[in-house]
Structure formats: C-alpha cells, structure tokens
Design a protein around this ligand. Structure first.
Ligand SMILES: Nc1ncnc2c1ncn2[C@@H]1O[C@H](COP(=O)(O)OP(=O)(O)OP(=O)(O)O)[C@@H](O)[C@H]1O
Length: 281
C-alpha cells in the first residue's frame, strides 16, 4: 500500500487522523478512527468501505465539517492528525468559516432521509440549506437545478407541495439527496446515498451523482454498501476495519485482494447482497 504525497489539486487531505467519542452516560471513551491517511483529488470519487462500526460515518461527518451536527448526545473529537478540506483545517474551524465551508461541502447523513423536517413542504426541505444562509437567492436558477434533479430522479414536480410523511421511504431518501446537492457543492460527502431506495430507482441516484460530477467537476466521498454505486461511481476504495485503514485501491484491486481476509470477506458479503437484496420503495 503506497501512500502518495498530497498534491495541489487534492481537495481532501487526511493525514494520520484519529477521532474519538468522549465517555458519556454509561459508555466509555471510544476511539472510532485511528491513524488514517489518504487524499482525494478534485473531481474524483472515493468510497469508504468497512463493516458496521468501522468508523466510516464518523470520518464522513468530520470531513464534511459536520462533527457537531447530528442526533447523538456526543460529537466526535479529533485527537490527532490533520484533516484539510478545500484548503481549510476542518479540525479547527470558527463558526463563520464552518458556515462558509459547509456551503461548498454537501452532506447526506446516514439518517437524512428518515429525519426530514415533518412540518415543511418538500420544496422548503430542499431549499433549507440555501434559506438558512440567505433569504436573497436567484430563485429561477435554483428552480432550474431542482427541476433538473427531479427529472433525473423521476420525481414529479407536484411533489414539491407534499409533506415528507406523504412520501415513501425511497422518495424521502431521494429528496434528502436533492437537499444535499441543492447548493451545487464542490464536494459531496454522502453516507449511503441509496439507502432505502428500491432497485429500480437506485440507478437514478447514481446517474444524478455522475451527472453533477461531470457538470461541476464535483468531488465525491461516498460511504456505500451498494455494489452498483461502488461499481459505477467509485474510482478508489478506502477500506476501514475498527477505525484503521486496512486496504485501498480500485474496486477490482480490493475485491481481488487475496492477501487480506477481512477485505475478502467484505467483498464476498457485498457480492452476495447484490443479488438477493430487493427492497421496495
Ligand atoms: N455518538 C457516539 N458515541 C459513542 N460512540 C459512537 C457514537 N457514534 C458512533 N460510535 C462508535 O464509533 C464507532 C464507529 O462508528 P461509525 O458509525 O462511524 O461506524 P460505521 O462504519 O459508519 O458503521 P455503520 O456502517 O453501522 O454506520 C462504533 O464503534 C460506534 O459504536
């Protein structure tokens, strides 16, 4: 495993990064990520892979500059190492800088689809990241982006007037993806973008991500167990085990890595789920 040096066009640079959750309630302190290093060049698509609890979501949250957001009582804390995104140190960000940076980093949390605000229309939900920053924005330009996304995701424009509880689980997930993308971010960090979406609609999410990647030279960091997402989008996989980086390479490299039992077991599990998973929208 050769770690290349960070280059000028790297948008995400992670060096020897360790992240822990402090002790809280009855739980002891927990080291979730340990000594991880990698960098992501502009316009490329990286995937984070690893079994449950390996630290993927924690790393995604920190790199999306959303460590302090979320439903959990404690936030992840970086205890050592470097994490730079779009040239900014995400470990030490003022409130103002975080607000600026998060406009350029779209974030889809793992629970985003399931936790859309129930009292707002779909239109308001999608516009939320813009409206919480400014009331003055180009409504026509944003409207065109939303219409384009709804077309790519096969959602009718009339849905904009619905409330989240009126939608299916898979439709809510597609709305959450749109909300993460509405500001046309330079980077999208997405934790399980196809979660809960039926097999017929998953390719539409893949197309949407591929389309905006091409159009805006968007960089993607995806956490996904969806073999179609990995095969169609991801160029480089980072494999985590108990918080440490244990493998990296193209999906072919990783899947054929016979020298690492954990990576091979993950690859076998992914192949198996790809064929018997039939979730309904
Ligand atoms: N709020 C929290 N407080 C304490 N420990 C936490 C918290 N959130 C996650 N952890 C722990 O940190 C470790 C990494 O969790 P994380 O959610 O990042 O893993 P993951 O690879 O994304 O798992 P999954 O695929 O199940 O989402 C796990 O052991 C988890 O139990």
């Amino acid at each position: 495993m050769v770690e290349r040096l960070a280059r000028e066009n790297d948008e995400i640079v992670v060096s020897d990064l360790s992240i822990y959750y402090p002790a809280h309630g009855g739980s002891a302190e927990h080291q979730a990520v340990e000594g991880v290093s990698f960098s992501v060049p502009r316009g490329s698509v990286y995937g984070l892979l690893g079994e449950s609890g390996s630290g993927k979501s924690t790393l995604a949250r920190v790199l999306a500059a959303r460590a302090d957001e979320g439903n959990s009582r404690v936030s992840p804390i970086v205890n050592s190492g470097v994490a730079t995104v779009l040239g900014e140190d995400v470990v030490k960000l003022s409130k103002k800088k975080r607000n600026q940076l998060t406009a350029d980093i779209g974030f889809l949390s793992q629970s985003a689809g399931a936790t859309l605000p129930p009292d707002r229309t779909v239109a308001d939900v999608i516009l939320e990241p813009i409206v919480e920053r400014t009331k003055k924005f180009d409504r026509k330009a944003v409207g065109l982006v939303i219409a384009e996304m709804m077309d790519l995701l096969a959602l009718p424009l009339t849905m904009l007037n619905n409330y989240p509880h009126e939608l299916s689980k898979g439709q809510r997930q597609r709305i959450a993806v749109m909300r993460a993308m509405v500001m046309q971010p330079k980077i999208l960090v997405a934790d399980e973008p196809t979660l809960g979406v039926d097999v017929a609609n998953r390719p539409r999410i893949i197309n949407l991500l591929a389309h905006f990647r091409e159009k805006n030279e968007m960089t993607l960091l995806l956490v996904s167990h969806d073999i179609a997402v990995l095969e169609h989008l991801v160029e480089e996989l980072i494999v985590l085990q108990e918080g440490s980086l244990v493998g990296r390479g193209t999906i072919e490299d990783v899947f054929s890595a016979a020298d690492h039992g954990y990576v091979r077991r993950l690859a076998d599990a992914l192949r198996a789920t790809a064929y018997d998973e039939l979730s309904t929208d």
